[in-house]
Ligand binder design. Structure first.
Ligand SMILES: [Fe+2]
Length: 170
């Protein structure tokens, strides 16, 4: 099973750029179905997303900061989405593919709350169990290996505030 190798970096983007990103995220009209990962299959994403991989400025600033602040020699993303996670069910899953190994979640907008963050699982004899959490904090980026079981923790929070973040695979 994939090891966690979690990295958490606060103040990930320059503040001026992050503020702009937050403003942009508030202008998105989410939904209703076209951009919603929804399925009867329990393994499918159940959140809203927009592909932002064609935003060259955003892509370049993310790549620049990943190169400067992590050990990853990233050239490009195989997936770059902005996502909105509503309160729903716990959703332990892995995101694996042939053309990426790493995941980044950059928190953009939400409550400063452990349960607006992300939870990580470790294997047990009978499956997986929730073991580590990284709470929501604006402009916090988290990096982990794509084979690690994880879930948005929004399902466990006390209110219905959703969480907006950028999700990248590379
Ligand atoms: Fe995921």
């Amino acid at each position: 099973m994939t090891k966690l190798n979690l990295q958490v970096i606060d103040d990930f983007l320059p503040q001026k750029y992050f503020n702009n990103l937050k403003k942009i995220s508030k202008q998105i009209s989410w939904g209703p179905y076209m951009d919603y990962f929804d399925s009867n299959e329990s393994t499918r994403h159940k959140w809203f997303y927009r592909n932002i991989g064609d935003d060259e400025e955003l892509k370049n600033i993310l790549i620049k900061n990943i190169r400067n602040k992590t050990i990853f020699k990233i050239k490009d993303f195989s997936l770059l989405h902005i996502t909105l996670v509503p309160k729903g069910e716990a959703w332990p899953h892995t995101d694996t593919g042939d053309n990426f190994k790493h995941q980044m979640v950059l928190y953009v907008d939400g409550d400063v709350d452990m349960n607006k963050g992300t939870g990580f699982y470790v294997p047990t004899e009978t499956g997986v169990t929730l073991n580590t959490a990284v709470g929501f904090y604006a402009n916090r980026a988290i990096f982990f290996e794509s084979g690690v079981w994880h879930t948005p923790l929004v399902y466990a929070s006390n209110n219905d505030t959703s969480r907006i973040s950028i999700v990248a695979q590379f």
